[in-house]
Design a protein around this ligand. Structure first.
Ligand code: HEC
Ligand code: HEC
Ligand code: HEC
Ligand code: HEC
Length: 152
């Protein structure tokens, strides 16, 4: 083998090492995410199991359907390995907005400050549309569909 080939092999080897490090340095996500956000002192409802991988691979949801930037622009160019902010960093008040007749009337923006409102609008919004389109009810829209009743 000539020196030139050896040099090419060395360069390719080093380059792929750098690439692997770059991928490793980003944010990773579990295939199935237990939605048990640490910002909550205590969850009132049972923990939602979110199939992140299935949503992308089987249900064909795209990153920008759920992840957006500080201007609420979909992050359509997002790739696995990129840095991703958690929803709670911007939708920062844990729980749902106050309800009932004494509750203040909130604008859409004020409502979206509540983490659970943003989650519900995102998850249920797409599920309602998806069910309508498929003529099925496979995408859960009821409380227990996502927050299963505790097994006794
Ligand atoms: C159906 C909605 C949805 C889709 C589609 C989606 N994600 Fe996510 N992703 C989430 C949710 C919800 C979380 C949990 C984050 C949280 O609790 O704040 C998450 C978490 C992540 C995390 C981990 C963030 C962290 O630090 O914990 C990464 C990385 C990520 N997603 C990347 C992607 C990429 C890349 C795509 C597209 C290939 C994608 N996601 C598609 C909803 C989605
Ligand atoms: C970098 C900040 C940031 C992050 C991270 C973020 N959001 Fe948002 N989101 C916004 C802003 C800004 C708006 C516009 C409304 C407002 O001003 O609060 C918004 C609006 C929304 C809305 C209202 C519907 C719409 O699109 O107008 C939903 C639902 C939502 N976000 C869900 C999510 C979910 C789910 C995540 C995590 C996967 C997430 N957001 C992460 C900043 C963020
Ligand atoms: C862009 C559309 C979209 C968004 C956003 C979305 N989903 Fe889904 N989800 C679907 C579809 C479509 C199905 C039904 C797939 C099928 O037919 O089996 C589904 C099914 C599910 C199921 C039942 C099947 C399973 O894989 O466990 C759960 C639970 C679920 N979603 C939770 C969530 C949660 C929690 C969120 C918000 C963080 C969310 N989804 C956001 C499209 C979406
Ligand atoms: C499509 C799935 C989905 C459906 C349907 C749904 N939720 Fe949620 N809910 C979530 C997710 C995801 C979170 C965020 C939990 C976290 O990240 O810690 C959440 C958070 C919450 C929280 C704040 C956390 C806690 O446990 O105190 C409450 C309260 C809540 N949901 C109540 C409800 C009620 C009541 C209903 C029915 C009217 C409902 N949810 C329907 C997905 C869903």
């Amino acid at each position: 083998m000539s020196k030139r080939y050896l040099l090419i092999i060395a360069v390719v080897g080093i380059a792929s090492l750098f690439l692997a490090t770059a991928i490793y340095a980003g944010t990773t996500v579990a295939d199935v995410v237990n939605m048990e956000n640490k910002a909550y002192d205590k969850h009132k409802k049972s923990i939602v199991t979110f199939t992140h991988k299935k949503h992308v691979e089987e249900y064909k949801a795209v990153c920008g359907d759920c992840h957006h930037d500080a201007d609420n622009k979909p992050l359509s160019g997002l790739k696995m390995g990129d840095e991703v902010k958690n929803c709670i960093e911007c939708h920062s008040t844990p729980g749902e907005a106050p309800k009932g007749k004494d509750a203040p009337k909130l604008s859409e923006k004020e409502k979206m400050a509540y983490h659970a409102e943003a989650m519900h609008e995102n998850c249920k919004g797409c599920h309602t549309k998806a069910n309508k389109k498929s003529g099925t009810k496979t995408a859960p829209t009821t409380c227990t569909g996502c927050h299963p009743k505790a097994e006794k």
